[in-house]
Design a binder for this molecule. Sequence first.
Ligand code: UDP
Length: 260
Amino acid sequence: MSDQYGYAHLMGVKFINITEKRFLDDIIYPKLKNQEKCFIVTANPEFVVATRDNPDFKAIVQSSDYVLPDGVGIIHAANFTGQRLVERVTGVDVMYKMLEHANEHGYSVFFLGAKEDANKKAAEEAKRQFPDLIIAGRRNGYFNRLDPEISDYVASTKPDIIFAALGMQRQEEWIYHSMDKFDKGIFIGVGGSLDVLSGNVSRAPKFWIKFQIEWLYRLIKQPSRLKRDLKVLEFMLLHIPGIKRVMKWLGFSKSKPRQR
Ligand code: UDP
């Protein structure tokens, strides 16, 4: 990995400090053109806490080429710890930009993940929005992530870009264990982005994003997210100077390893 870019380190996860535009124009599009392989992780606070709780997952994330800050909490935590991340770069935005680029330059994409209905609708919607897009293939995300038949199948379609939307950790594990079967490909874990592309789930309106309270919008829409948002709170508290010691003292800073 080139060292011309700065990084912010949070709980052992190394985030690249770069704008979305430079990330795509200077790093990803040239790699696409040269048919290089690349593994991109998009991580939010909940994701980082999960890596702390699962060393195998952390090792996979650390083996990736780039980790992007997909959450304002990551940007604030970097600031709190005297580091800098210029902007939030979300998986869903990067996916849309890559679809647009693929549409213009003739690259093929594979949609892996989400429920069958959402996966199918996402592929149809992509084709509607980007008529020249080459869809190498699609597959819903409900399979054993180590099933070799799935990775053999995806590899056989020779996609230039693989959007893995299997949910955090599952998608990174799938990429990690499958990449060797491919000769080329930009692999990116995009979480619930196919649900957004399909239209089944809507993103927060611009107001909520602008005021950095997209998380609150999602919590109101989906109260079952409360448990996840408590992880975000834990992450934020752990990065406020001085709080770490208090949290440790209260017994909050370590939780049991979580296996999926
Ligand atoms: N998903 C999937 N396979 C699974 C579990 C989940 O394809 O075995 C999909 C799910 O349908 C959704 C996306 O992964 O489209 C994100 O799921 P979730 O919100 O649970 O993920 P996270 O927010 O943890 O990344």
